[in-house]
Write a new protein. Structure first.
Length: 362
């Protein structure tokens, strides 16, 4: 188990990178703490696999250093790094049996035979593979093969970290849920440093203690699921996490208020202070649908909206409304009165955040 630290690690797949757009990873400076369970979350192409391959040593970063527990491993090949990596698609030996496949990483390290057998049985039981240990891997389904890949990632208990690169892509939804729970159990028991890559927010939020959100080659936020929900550091996090995502309303500073499409909202001094000095930037107020409610009369922080749609989604109502050119979504309690065609949506100041050029201010 190790702490994995990035000191200005950046990577470009191009020979002579110049502009930021030439980089698959822009300079990163953060750490995965020893023993933590992390999800690495971001859309396809944002650099997740590139980062994992830099950790495991399959890829040398074009800039910066990687440290494991204070030791610089940037130049070390994968075999010297003691990392288990599970890929998106099964990587197993078809000609070997399930047991031989699971034993392979241990045999490679010269473990005594009895220890290997014990550990293989343990992992097989954990992943519900025990009854097929003697079968040849070539005869298994895609699901079963991927379970073996997971087992190979979990079989060693002396690794610095285990990296999972969207490992459940080929697995059916129900089994996915079970395996995710298993991985959580394994983490609670062995406390390996776990990095689990996914582009699915639900997977990330249920699995991880901390989530690293990536966007266009950048880590835009590292935080607990609650922090990502309550204080998105970047508009991408606001929009990507939550269902539906955060509302972003373009605004500008005007006198003692903040103006959204002609409506003055009086959020108070802290917001004005944040907005001052940022006049040159693209300013937006960010508010989650959960933190908007319908007010019976206009007030200092209400927005006059035209309600375009009300959907009853069981335990809440989803309201879609327009303020000038902007669409706003609000989630109301199931027993809240249905808003009429024109309504006043109230912002709660403590849940209203200011963004300048997409980044949280203050
Ligand atoms: P993710 O895993 O988040 O989908 P990747 O790390 O695979 O993203 O890719 C990040 C960016 O780098 C993408 O724009 C991708 O096209 C590019 N890329 C990935 N691998 C290579 C490669 N071997 N050669 C050139 N470009 C690559
Ligand atoms: Mg990938």
């Amino acid at each position: 188990m190790a702490e994995i630290r990035f000191a200005d690690v950046a990577h470009s797949y191009r020979a002579n990178p110049k502009a930021p757009a030439d980089y698959a990873l822009k300079p990163l400076r953060f750490a995965f703490e020893n023993g933590g369970a992390y999800a690495l979350l971001g859309p396809s192409g944002c650099g997740k696999t590139t980062l994992l391959n830099i950790i495991s040593g399959l890829l040398q970063p074009s800039e910066g250093r990687v440290w494991f527990d204070g030791i610089d491993v940037t130049g070390l090949p994968p075999a010297k790094r003691n990392i288990a990596q599970v890929f998106q698609f099964p990587v197993i030996y078809d000609t070997m049996t399930v047991a031989e496949n699971l034993a392979f990483p241990l045999r490679n390290r010269g473990l005594p035979k009895a220890d290997i057998e014990k550990r293989v049985v343990e992992v097989a039981e954990m992943l519900d593979l025990a009854r097929m240990l003697k079968r040849r891997a070539s005869r298994l389904t895609a699901d079963e093969k991927q379970k073996i890949s997971l087992g190979r990632g979990l079989v060693r208990d002396d690794v610095a970290a285990i990296l999972f690169d969207e490992p459940l892509t080929v697995i059916d939804p129900h089994l996915k849920w079970l395996l995710r729970r298993k991985l959580k159990e394994v983490h609670a028991r062995f406390r390996h440093t776990l990095v689990y890559v996914t582009h699915d927010q639900n997977e990330a939020l249920t699995f991880a203690e901390k989530v690293v959100v990536m966007y266009e080659g950048e880590v835009v936020q590292l935080g607990t699921p609650q922090e990502l929900f309550e204080r998105p550091a970047h508009r991408f996090v606001g929009y990507f996490i939550g269902s539906p995502g955060m509302n972003f309303l373009p605004c500008r500073l005007a006198g003692d208020g903040i103006l959204i499409d002609g409506t003055d909202v009086m959020l108070g001094d802290p917001w004005l202070a944040r907005a001052r000095g940022r006049e040159g930037a693209r300013l937006e107020l960010g508010v989650r649908p959960e933190f908007l409610h319908v007010s019976t009369a206009p007030g200092p922080t209400t927005l006059p909206v035209a309600v375009t749609r009300v959907e009853d989604l069981g335990n809440y109502k989803l309201v879609t409304a327009r303020l000038g050119p902007h669409e706003i979504k609000a989630k109301l309690d199931e027993d809240a009165p249905v808003p009429t065609a024109t309504a006043h949506l109230a912002l709660a100041p403590q849940h209203t955040l200011l963004y300048a050029d997409g980044r949280l201010v203050g």
